[in-house]
Design a protein around this ligand. Structure first.
Ligand code: ADP
Length: 599
């Protein structure tokens, strides 16, 4: 075992520690803990409930307990483990469904003997007995540094797991195996610079609160393609970007996050259900295993890790679930993959912080949240990014983080939304009014923004169409003009508008209904490739431009537009997500010809 691994072994014998003085909800205070370290994992009482030291004063420790503490009381023992809260990283993570502290739900169920989770259950994060076929990519005598790939394992049908030299390790390859091994067996030994030997297995551990190291961060210049028209074309997020979806209850946060998880072009998805209602997570758990990834044609679970931490689970574990998820995500990023992480909802995590902070009797900040709410939120989102991963082969990986926020009453001035907005660059503002009108996704086109969009102009021009950015900008301008015109209509009526203004309203309406409106539950509509998004929007804008040339002619009757054959075709165009550029071109030609004939 390597040095870095020894420090973080999950199952070592429990060291007798202190004695409980006081239990308040998820917070336990114990004395006799002078040997303990901050953030050390402890087992509380003879039931061995999992906890973590979050404050130390002399020999008194404040312990955040990740399981229900009912029945635990003063005088009960606390055991130390000597390690910090860590995740196990090895083949077998994909397709797993974990609780907040990386225990597979299946293993918990088996250990408990029924569906009800008993306390103090220990379960390995990955199957320790399963044999994986390890194929080395280095040979004896090679020199390797931290992050270098030693070999590969086909983890699922779509993902090749790279077994990397753990951070802090390196040297000359003294031995390297090939064949079938379980994750704890030695697959390589390295001779370090000081002549000592490092034994490497496929399993490594990493403390969840600490970002995994990288060589450098890279400027994000490519969008994450989600198939959502409103997202990809109007408010895109970068691969390696950070985005936030705030919205009141029922506005569509969960549906939006789930659609992104299903369809986006990241190779790995980590989905954290954090403190949301159990039935929403059940939906994810039931649905995901049956879904097919449109990018690979394989089941979505083959690239997915789910972390289920529902509202009836102990609040403290929400924090652990968020950190566990992001650490696993970073691990796959380090292999050179594009990873997308969704957290639904970070407000529940913030509430957990508030509860623990209150019990610690800390000085409260705004609305009772702890003063460190902003810095914790920032630390979390800053783990997103495109990175040059550790290792000598220049691997590039990305981690995109998308967090839902549920502000009470939809009020974005509340502290969690504000803290999140400061550190995320894409903002999808879900609107209760739009949701009420059943306009989905209810992403408000006037208040949402993407600060990444200017970075993508080269990408769009090269990959999609030279005028993509231009068409996008013009369409967004039309929507802004529409909102101003609607204000005028409300005051003085439609009659006051010129034909030119009416055309703006007509085309803005088409953008809203034929482009932005997208039903996440219709398999044809739910996912539109970026090229088709462009084709559709361009067709609408061609209508606008051709229309502009005729509406101001003196004898033009606006009603003529209504009878146009080509207009009716736009709705079909939207449903036809497999249309080729030629199809869009023929629609555009037809619309132009018909409008010119009107003149
Ligand atoms: P939230 O998580 O914000 O409370 P949900 O994501 O659960 O809200 O969405 C509430 C309801 O709105 C969903 O059950 C669904 O009926 C509808 N909905 C949301 N987004 C869409 C969408 N893109 N397409 C169709 N229906 C949607």
């Amino acid at each position: 075992m390597t040095n870095s691994q020894e420090k973080n072994t999950v199952k070592n014998t429990d060291i007798p520690g202190g004695v409980i003085d006081r239990v308040t909800g998820p917070l336990v205070r114990a004395h006799g803990m002078s040997e303990a370290k901050l953030y050390e994992v402890v087992k509380v009482s003879d039931e061995k409930l999992l906890g973590e030291i979050i404050e130390l004063h002399g020999d008194v420790a404040a312990i955040q307990v990740y399981e229900e503490t009912a029945g635990i009381g003063p005088g009960d023992p606390v055991f130390r483990t000597g390690r910090t809260m860590s995740v196990a990283l090895a083949p077998g993570l994909l397709e797993s469904i974990y609780d907040g502290v990386q225990r597979p739900l299946k293993a918990i169920e088996i250990a408990a003997g029924n569906h009800f989770i008993k306390r103090g259950i220990e379960a390995d994060a990955v199957d320790m007995a399963k044999k994986w076929k390890f194929s080395p990519v280095v040979k004896v005598g090679d020199t390797v540094v931290e992050g270098d790939v030693l070999g590969e394992v086909q983890e699922t049908s779509v993902i090749m797991h790279k077994v990397m030299v753990p951070p802090g390790e390196g040297g000359k390859v003294a031995s390297i195996q090939s064949g079938e091994f379980d994750v704890t067996e030695e697959i390589a030994t390295l001779t370090r610079a000081d002549d000592s030997t490092a034994s490497i297995s496929m399993l490594q551990y990493w403390p969840i609160r600490k970002a995994r190291p990288k060589i450098s961060k890279i400027f994000p210049s490519e969008p994450l393609r989600t198939g959502g028209r409103s997202i990809d074309t109007f408010f895109p997020i970068a691969k390696g970007g950070a985005g936030c979806i705030p919205g009141p209850f029922g506005a569509g946060k969960t549906v939006t996050q789930q659609s992104i998880a299903k369809y986006c072009d990241a190779e790995i998805i980590v989905y954290i259900g954090c403190g949301e209602r159990g039935n929403e997570m059940t939906e994810v758990l039931n649905e995901f295993p049956h879904l097919i990834d449109p990018n690979t044609g394989e089941p979505l679970m083959k690239r997915t890790i789910l972390i289920a931490n529902t509202s009836n689970m102990p609040v403290a574990a929400r924090e652990a679930s968020v950190y566990t998820g992001i650490t696993i995500a970073e691990y796959y990023r380090d292999m050179g993959y594009n990873v997308a992480l969704m957290a639904d909802s970070t407000s529940r995590w913030a509430e957990a912080m508030r509860e623990i902070s209150g019990r610690l009797e800390e000085m409260p900040g705004e609305e009772g949240y702890p003063a460190y709410l902003s810095s914790r939120t920032a630390e979390f989102y800053e783990r997103a990014g495109i990175v040059k991963a550790l290792g000598s082969d220049g691997r590039i990986g990305s981690l995109t983080v998308i967090g839902a926020v549920s502000p009470p009453g939809g009020d974005l001035s509340e502290p969690v939304s504000q803290a999140t907005l400061r550190v995320t660059k894409t903002f999808w503002s879900l609107d209760a009014d739009l949701a009420y009108k059943k306009h989905f996704p209810s992403i408000n086109w006037l208040t949402s923004y993407s600060l990444y969009a200017p970075n993508f102009e080269d990408f769009w021009a090269k990959e999609i169409a030279p005028d993509f950015a231009d068409v996008r900008k013009k369409a967004m301008t039309l929507l802004e003009q529409e909102s101003k015109l609607l204000e005028i209509v409300r005051l003085v009526g439609m009659e006051s508008l010129s034909n030119g203004d009416r055309l703006v309203l007509k085309v803005a309406g088409m953008i809203r209904e034929d482009f932005l409106f997208q039903n996440a539950f219709d398999p044809d509509d739910a996912y539109t490739p970026l090229k088709n998004q462009y084709g559709l929007l361009k067709s609408i804008m061609v209508f606008f431009e051709a229309g502009q040339a005729v509406v101001n002619k003196p004898d033009f009757d606006f009603k003529d537009f209504a009878d146009m054959k080509s207009l009716a075709g736009y709705t079909d165009l939207k449903a036809n997500t497999k249309a080729t550029p030629e199809v869009y071109q023929s629609y555009q030609d037809e619309a132009r010809a018909e409008i010119n004939a009107l003149a």
